[in-house]
Design a protein around this ligand. Sequence first.
Ligand code: ATP
Ligand code: MG
Ligand code: MG
Ligand code: MG
Length: 573
Amino acid sequence: MRASKYHINTLKEAPAETEVASHRLMTRAGMIRKVAGGIYTYMPLGLRVLRKIENVVREEMNRAGAIELLMPVVQPAELWMESGRWEKYGDELLRIKDRHQRDFVLQPTSEEVVTDIARNEIHSWRQLPLNFYHIQTKFRDERRPRFGLMRGREFTMKDAYSFDRDEAGAQASYDIMFQAYMRIFGRLGLKFRAVAADTGSIGGSRSHEFQVIADTGEDLLVYNPDTQYAANIELAAAPCLIEHRAEPKEELVLTATPQAPKCELVAQQLGRPLSDTVKSIVLATDPAEDDADGQVRIWLLLLRGDHELNEIKAGKLPGFERGFRFATEAEILDSFGCVPGYLGPIDTAKPVSIIADLTVAHMSDFICGANREGYHYTGANWGRDLPEPQSADLRNVVAGDPDPNGGHLAIQRGIEVGHVFFLGDKYSKALQATFLDTDGKPALLQMGCYGIGISRISAAAIEQCHDDKGIVWPRAIAPFEVVICPVGANKNEKVGNISEQIYLGLQEQGVEAILDDRDIRPGVMFAEWELIGVPLRITVGDRGLKEGVVEIQARSDAAAVKVPVEQAQAAAL
Ligand code: ATP
Ligand code: MG
Ligand code: MG
Ligand code: MG
């Protein structure tokens, strides 16, 4: 590629709305342009990054035996009614009508369509196992699209769906995908961690998120550096919340708070006066109603005594027979429209039964507090903007299997870039997707689903790798691997010729190189490529050529190295 024939348009300043580095830098580098909230054009440079991520994902999916197909973005409502998600999914599902007033959705994922394919295509156990995947545009009408490609409304996802004869087979397919994900994120050159995640109404322990480590991540991860243990905060904290409820020493008095209106609302919903004392609280969702990607109702359970706690533990609390799980920060945001710590009005039109403005961070602190001092969340602390939990605080909090000896636990922030999930017969049952088993009888297909946020990865990579000059791409996903910058080509013909030679040589070797033949000031040229984040720059200058050298500057290194002209090409491989 020659820069003069390409489209490069960088900006000195980023729009004020760009809050995080990736959004700011992708906009400034001319990789994305906003079309509407959460909807972007991938500009040429940005598209190159996306394609590279896609290719790594595709190669590894193929290697793992998954088979690519392409399912539609627009899907008929009927299939969604069959699965029950037409009712359950909530506002994130964009519903549209065609000219005949028939209902359709823009797919947020494709369980329905793929299960429909499976029930038509898979007849016998001999065809199993099968894993279909596609890389396709998704649409989720996120309540708060933000951070550019990090949380878009229209975005690109790889989603795969495995089909097996039985649970053991489904477990094997899950393990294969897990390993494929480890390879994918390793190849992409990212620091990441696989963490155990909640399985919601599916139950079992087969759900893992792949999290890119970054301070700006929306998720909190708990891990033990000395063992294999790693889980997201919702899962890590859940058991101990129940444990530490057992002997409450203080009471929650809702009246004594500056957020009286909200408490009144809680009281109204509870149908009892505010002066009622409450011994423990749990912010929870009901797995029976909960869907992996569907609408979530968040409950503030105000428990008045140990008997209620025991009921919860035993799964006997009415409406919570299947246990409960923590509401996540994102779910709270989605349900209440309030960001963590925000105490503004609550949208009562939302289908929320009992509401609160606690967040995961609040809950963690609450849990830590309970652990440290054995007390419970009191009225005085209600809604306070609490600091993030410290690792020491959670040390003994995560009960059971992670570390019975009370070892060290650490917390870090992450960006969810992938998710593997065991589905069992959830969709095959709803859509009656069966096959004839070895005994000749029909059986339900056992399924798993596996997502990777292709476009989110590009943003996550930048959150992890950037400096004050711009992006520092891992080579595997950089828009170009090498840029050749001639300096003073108009004065010395040799500069242009040698630049051209190196450029053509690299191209021949399959390196994605770009020759900056735009005849602009070197300072401007360098700053632009540093902003764009190309991993390697070769500067061919008049002065260097007199010594027979060119300069090679790695984007991630402080200093450039001088290399004899004839070795330049090899040095850039
Ligand atoms: P989140 O918790 O961030 O909302 P999710 O759990 O709803 O994500 P999944 O349903 O697990 O997402 O989808 C699989 C992957 O798709 C996620 O791991 C993430 O990488 C990506 N993804 C989900 N929502 C978005 C979005 N709004 N913009 C970009 N990528 C997304
Ligand atoms: Mg989501
Ligand atoms: Mg999630
Ligand atoms: Mg997820």
